[in-house]
Design a protein around this ligand. Structure first.
Ligand SMILES: [Zn+2]
Length: 57
């Protein structure tokens, strides 16, 4: 099974960014650099607010 993607809103700015739910590397906001997701070995820990889940096709 492929993982889903989350659309995550940065808590520090209004940027929204798509993050893979099983990201294996830390994901930072492209605008302000805040960490949006931290890898845990399984599903990434999402630091921002999940706006929507985008199912993989
Ligand atoms: Zn940001």
């Amino acid at each position: 099974m492929a993982g889903n993607f989350f659309r995550v809103a940065c808590g520090d700015c209004d940027n929204e960014q798509v993050v893979f739910e099983k990201a294996s590397t830390p994901v930072s906001c492209a605008v302000c650099g805040t960490t949006l997701a931290t890898p845990t070995g399984g599903e990434a820990e999402i630091e921002g607010e999940i706006v929507e889940t985008v199912e993989a096709r």
